[in-house]
Design a protein around this ligand. Structure first.
Ligand SMILES: Cc1cc2nc3c(=O)[nH]c(=O)nc-3n(C[C@H](O)[C@H](O)[C@H](O)COP(=O)(O)OP(=O)(O)OC[C@H]3O[C@@H](n4cnc5c(N)ncnc54)[C@H](O)[C@@H]3O)c2cc1C
Length: 479
């Protein structure tokens, strides 16, 4: 690999892929380098998936500005890219009378940040909105415009759309160093070879400070702060109608209870400083999250839990803000670090902000005349009406055969996911939901391995869960 590019983006999370899609509007030669086998597998796959309106960040920060702008861009972006976006509203609860003062402060902060549609409600209204909530809760701040989305689906959609508009995605490739000469990055060293570009955008999530340091830039530092979650079966997906927050603290928005766009119930996250590799869920962590949820929802049926997961917040503890700026050390590096929550909500605005930094630095941004703004999702058999299903099956009989019984995923959807670049079990899961249901792939996993092996024309022993060494089978036991 030895290509002269205009821009290299390091990191294929929601931020890197949003930047790739935004820059693909212009006549630029761009590549995105991602160490995993697919996009969206870092923090982007393990968060609450809430599109915050922006009432929470401190007024005057970059975080508050980009959060509010990003949230406003979300409905149109999700519309263009055919990604779920549901404006269900959120409720910040107070368990006592003193809490109303905090709710008023939050409402005022929201007003200063330009967020509207905030209302403080009493117990009576709250119980009407949320019948399962504890009778000990005294009231809430109702944030009517808060939404939920599907972060990995959005990263995939950004990728597909950016690829359509000419961006190259170099996956399974880790950036391991830079050649810096006279204060400029001359080349990017990866574990698969050298790349060269005029500009480097560092969107490597919890590793963004490590990437900057490879260029001799230690202007910011990331502390990984883990958040653990419990995911419940769809049977109790309608346990809550809104996104339920407790009163926030200095450092966190607290443990949430919320429905997901796919109809599950999600509880979490807690908060614990850890290492950049630690995404394990511990017994204590799970207990903390569930005990908290039980206080707000005493009848929550814990036997409906189907899986657990954890994500890492990339916190810049000194600045307590996003770090989106040209490196003070190397002239052609733009750092996009410290993208903790609300990084998902802010991602579309971060992409525009980075584009403006490039423009300010003299990059010629000439719009493509043939930019394609739309992308269609893979049809979801489970969400179609009987008539739509019949029409789809008549067109392609593969949509008539179910492979994942929990989520009603068809072979037609798997074929389409592979055609769009999925080459692992997780790649299939995030595109189709096969393996995301109650049995967590117990039924469809063993069926997907031979199907993927056939579609990708490789031996079953080469099929992995998530790339690299995550092999699923080691060989045949009998013929
Ligand atoms: C518990 C939790 C809850 C959250 N809830 C919300 C929420 O509800 N709403 C909200 O707006 N935000 C939320 N966030 C924040 C949001 O999830 C993040 O801000 C966002 O996902 C960050 O995206 P990213 O692209 O910066 O990072 P990532 O998704 O981590 O992407 C970085 C990518 O860089 C790649 N990479 C790293 N090093 C290298 C290398 N050397 N070479 C190549 N590639 C590399 C990684 O593999 C990764 O894919 C939450 C975060 C956490 C942890």
């Amino acid at each position: 690999m030895d290509k002269e590019l205009d821009i290299i983006i390091i990191g294929g999370g929601i931020v890197g892929t949003a930047i790739a899609r935004e820059l693909s509007r212009y006549q630029l030669n761009i590549a995105l380098v991602e160490k995993e086998a697919d996009v969206g597998w870092g923090t982007t796959k393990a968060n609450s998936a809430v599109v915050h309106t922006g009432y929470d960040p401190k007024p005057g920060t970059l975080m508050s500005k980009l959060n509010v702008q990003g949230a406003r861009l979300f409905p149109s972006i999700c519309g263009e890219l055919d990604v779920p976006y549901k404006k269900i509203g959120s409720l910040v609860l107070t368990p006592n009378e003193e809490g109303f003062k905090v709710l008023e402060e939050l409402r005022e902060r929201g007003r200063l940040n330009g967020v509207t549609n905030l209302e403080i409600i009493t117990q009576e209204k709250l119980f009407e909105l949320e019948p399962n909530i504890s009778k000990d809760i005294k009231g809430a701040l109702w944030v009517k415009d808060t939404a939920i989305t599907a972060p990995v689906e959005l990263a995939i959609a950004f990728r597909e759309n950016a690829e359509k508009n000419g961006v190259r995605f170099i996956l399974d490739t880790t950036v391991i160093g830079f050649e810096v000469e006279d204060g400029r990055i001359e080349s990017v060293r990866t574990d698969r070879g050298i790349l060269r570009a005029k500009w480097i955008i560092n969107a490597a999530g919890v590793n963004s400070d490590d990437i900057a340091r490879l260029a001799g830039d230690d202007s910011f530092s990331i502390t990984p702060v883990k958040g653990e979650y419990a995911l419940f079966d769809k049977e109790i997906g309608n346990w809550v109608n809104h996104i339920i927050f407790p009163l926030p603290t200095e450092t966190t928005k607290g443990i949430l209870v919320l429905p997901t766009v796919d109809g599950n119930l999600l509880v979490g996250p807690n908060e614990c400083i850890t290492s950049k590799e630690d995404t394990n869920v511990t017994e204590e962590g799970l207990k903390e999250v569930l005990t908290f949820a039980k206080r707000e929802f005493p009848d929550l049926p814990l036997n409906m839990l189907i899986t657990v997961f954890a994500g890492l917040r990339a916190k810049e503890l000194n600045r307590k803000d996003f770090v989106i700026e040209p490196s003070p050390v190397v002239e052609n590096l733009i750092n996009v670090g410290g993208i903790q929550s609300p990084g998902l909500s802010s991602a579309p605005a971060i992409a525009v902000y980075v584009t403006e930094i490039l423009r300010d630095r003299g990059v010629k941004l000439v719009k493509k005349k043939d930019f394609i703004s739309e992308r269609k999702a893979i049809p979801r058999f489970a969400n179609l009406s009987w008539d739509e299903r019949a029409r789809l099956i008549a067109k392609d009989p593969n949509y008539g055969e179910i492979i994942c019984r929990c989520e009603y995923v068809t072979i037609g959807e798997i074929i389409e996911a592979v055609r769009r670049g999925a080459n692992t079990l997780d790649g299939i899961k995030f595109r189709t939901r096969a393996g995301s249901g109650r049995c967590q792939g117990g039924f469809c996993g063993p069926r997907l391995i031979p199907l993927l092996s056939q579609l990708l024309e490789v031996s079953p022993s080469e099929i992995t869960k998530k790339g690299k060494e995550s092999k699923l089978v080691i060989g045949e036991t009998k013929r």
